[in-house]
Design a protein around this ligand. Structure first.
Ligand SMILES: [Zn+2]
Length: 304
């Protein structure tokens, strides 16, 4: 057993121009750092397959999926919200991104590996059932979680989201689904300005701007780990955004690589006891390229 990394060349072809932070260079930075860290030779790399319309509609309204596809331009950009645009390669990239998350579910559920990381873009966790938002077209994690429930009959799924922004899309899609326990940490108050209060299956962990990883670790130990333990998940997903890193100027938290390694190790320990080690992580944010690559490597090291 090693760790499998899913990606696809199409994910690097969604390109909104040199000024947009959600850029193809993010994936190149991750793969460069994997190579220079020496992890290249212990990971399994696999190309993903494209998600179908029906698979995307597991987490989205079918009419919304059709609408995004119909709006894709043959040239230039079409804006779906203030910071979310599509160009002629975007829908294909998004299909391979969501497809990677589905491939990763099949891989871990069939026991071919225990942990998988999807190095994908566009990201997904801000996309609601019928709304593109925050660089996200389709909610990759939500599509894969819905796929896991439908195809493998899972009844207890944990989604941990440690991106610096709250995963409002994932909350929107699963807030009334008792099969999903969603644990989300985020800078507060900050985009997307969702209500910070928790509910039964939505554990929100607002963090003060300027705080470092020690606050996150302390609260995660108090709030998340016991809740996940009690929930006894059959599969753990991670919305793995790395924009809480202190070098990332998108937000104001001050995490280090070691904080990502810590949470990845804590979740592996829970997964080992409850679900044969099954973890599927999907890239969300992370815009400081060097910090992004180093943080991904730190997460992967916790699993190797
Ligand atoms: Zn983010």
């Amino acid at each position: 057993m090693t760790v499998t990394v899913f990606s696809h060349p199409a994910c690097a072809q969604h390109n909104l121009g040199a000024d947009h932070p959600e850029a193809p260079a993010r994936l190149h930075a991750i793969f460069d750092q994997i190579l220079s860290s020496g992890l290249e030779y212990v990971l399994q790399h696999k190309d993903s397959t494209a998600a179908s319309d029906a698979q995307l509609a597991l987490a989205h309204d079918a009419a919304y999926v059709a609408d995004v596809i119909a709006k894709q331009p043959t040239q230039g950009l079409v804006w779906l919200d203030d910071d979310t645009a599509i160009m002629n390669k975007s829908v294909t990239a998004a299909r391979y991104a969501a497809g990677a998350a589905i491939n990763a579910v099949d891989l871990v559920m069939q026991g071919r590996d225990q942990q998988a990381f999807c190095a994908i873009r566009p990201p997904g966790h801000h996309a609601e059932r019928a709304q593109a938002m925050g660089f996200c077209l389709f909610n990759n994690i939500a599509v894969a979680a819905a796929y896991a429930m439908q195809n493998y009959g899972l009844q207890r799924i944990v989604i941990v989201d440690f991106d610096v922004h709250h995963g409002n899309g994932t909350e929107h899609i699963f807030k009334d689904d008792a099969r999903v326990l969603f644990c989300s940490s985020f800078e507060h108050p900050f985009y997307p300005f969702t209500e910070p209060g928790s509910s039964k299956n939505m554990l929100k962990m607002p963090l003060t701007g300027g705080s470092d990883g020690s606050l996150f670790r302390q609260l995660a130990e108090q709030q998340w780990l016991p809740a996940i333990e009690a929930f006894s998940p059959q599969l753990i997903f991670i919305s793995a955004g790395f924009d809480a890193h202190y070098e990332d100027e998108m937000a104001h938290l001050r995490w280090r690589e070691s904080d990502y390694q810590w949470i990845a190790a804590a979740l592996k320990e829970l997964a080992s006891r409850h679900c044969e080690g099954r973890i599927v992580a999907c890239l969300e944010g992370g815009y400081a390229l060097s910090a992004l690559g180093r943080s991904v490597v730190a997460m992967l090291k916790a699993w190797l």
